[in-house]
Design a protein around this ligand. Structure first.
Ligand code: PLP
Length: 401
């Protein structure tokens, strides 16, 4: 994902909205660590919070007030988090959310989206977006075969049902036939790595209805989408469990999973049959202090600002491509954009793959040209801004584009 030919830049430092490579060149950062940052580099409030916390210790190894303070801030963005537990990354958060769902329901199967990216643990690498080394047969006729990353055993895929994005009818069929074996449906509100594709209107509400009817849990993987603001409130979808990571740590590693109290209370060590959760550095004070400072600077103004920047960028990129006779569709939501070269926007990862394959050379040349013009972008088409980015910086980027 982060590699590109002839070799990726080695980055020495970041400052505000810019990064500098080890040769001393500065670039306007249009990736924001693939969406993981929202506040630019070295945001003064985050630097101050980290400095204050490091003097008080980094990971004391027990519950801390900074955890509660961070959790309260998270809840104001996502009220479905009745209880949370902290870990170190998005990979861990989704691993734990699925563990919670399996332990709570006593079932093993999960339903995962084709091209859905949830991190690098075993089930997350089933039909994630990469060149597959092998496949295993689909569990139901009509579904595409699960694709396995090298090193992932086929047995992993036996517990994963892969369905296309934005197609609730397929999920209905799967739950009808296999629902009694399914612990959870795991889905991103915007298919991020798979092409920045927003969920179709009503799609997640329908998944909520179907999962509730089948007594199956719904897990929203919001590791990437918290930079869009309170997505669940805005779209009126309440999952059973949610995962967050990336911007919640203010640039330090942090993940969280949480949701319904009755599900999360299974982790209570004093409970009748506790589900095990441990992590030496999960919920460490440094990440949480940085994250709280970041969330304190992530209110309505900042979210609206990112929304406007995203709109400006998407419109600008499409217009710039059209001006030289190239069809482009810029998709995404808020401060998370993805440019595809083609005349129809993708609906699922199969469309993304087709569009990407068609313009490989154009993408590579555009990426390198932008580097020469002083803009760091992701070669595959993802574009994310910082809350410190000004509209004029977006305009300068579009000009270069
Ligand atoms: N889930 C989603 C939706 C993501 O976008 C990512 C990272 O890109 C992850 C999970 C994994 O997060 P991490 O890289 O922190 O393990």
């Amino acid at each position: 994902m982060t590699w590109y030919a002839p070799y990726p830049l080695a980055l020495a430092r970041g400052e505000g909205t810019r990064v500098q490579d080890v040769d001393g060149n500065w670039y306007e950062d249009m990736i924001a660590n693939y969406g993981a940052l929202a506040h630019g580099h070295n945001h003064p409030a985050i630097v101050a919070a980290v400095a204050a916390q490091v003097a008080r210790g980094t990971a004391p190894g027990g519950p801390t007030p900074v955890q509660y303070e961070h959790a309260e801030r998270l809840r104001s963005l996502n009220p479905s988090l009745e209880r949370v537990r902290y870990c170190n990354s998005g990979t861990e958060a989704t691993m734990w959310a699925v563990r919670a769902a399996r332990a709570y329901t006593g079932r093993d199967l999960i339903v995962k989206i084709d091209g859905g990216y949830h991190g690098t643990h075993e089930w997350g690498q089933v039909s994630a977006f990469f060149s597959p080394s092998r496949t295993t047969p689909a569990r139901l006729e009509g579904l595409s075969d699960p694709q396995l990353a090298p090193g992932v055993p086929p047995a992993t895929a036996a517990d994963v049902v892969v369905v296309p994005y934005n197609d609730a009818a397929v999920v209905a069929t799967v739950l009808e036939q296999l629902g009694y074996q399914v612990a959870a449906v795991v889905v991103e509100p915007v298919l991020g790595v798979g092409g920045g594709i927003p969920s179709a209107p009503g799609y997640l509400a329908e998944l909520r209805r179907l999962t509730s009817a089948a007594d199956v849990l719904l897990i929203l993987d919001e590791c990437a989408t918290l930079r869009l603001g309170p997505w669940q409130v805005k779209h009126g979808v309440t999952p059973d469990l949610t995962t967050h990571s990336k911007i919640i740590g203010g640039g330090l590693p942090l993940g969280v999973f949480g949701g319904r109290e009755d599900i999360m209370s299974q982790f209570d060590p004093a409970g009748p049959r506790p589900t095990y959760h441990a992590s030496a550095f999960g919920g460490n004070s440094l990440s949480l202090a940085a994250g709280s400072a970041a969330l304190d600077h992530f209110g309505k103004d900042e979210i609206d600002h990112l929304d406007r920047l995203g709109e400006r960028l998407r419109r600008g990129a499409e217009a710039a491509a059209a001006a030289v006779g190239v069809a482009a569709r810029a998709v995404g939501e808020g401060g998370l954009s993805y440019v595809h070269f083609g005349s129809t926007p993708p609906r699922d990862v199969a469309d993304t793959a087709r569009l990407r394959e068609g313009r490989r050379e154009l993408r590579a040349l555009l990426h390198l040209s932008l580097l020469h013009a002083g803009f760091l972008t992701a070669p595959h088409g993802l574009l994310c801004q910082h809350v410190l980015t000004e509209p004029e910086q977006v305009d300068a980027f579009v000009e270069a584009y």
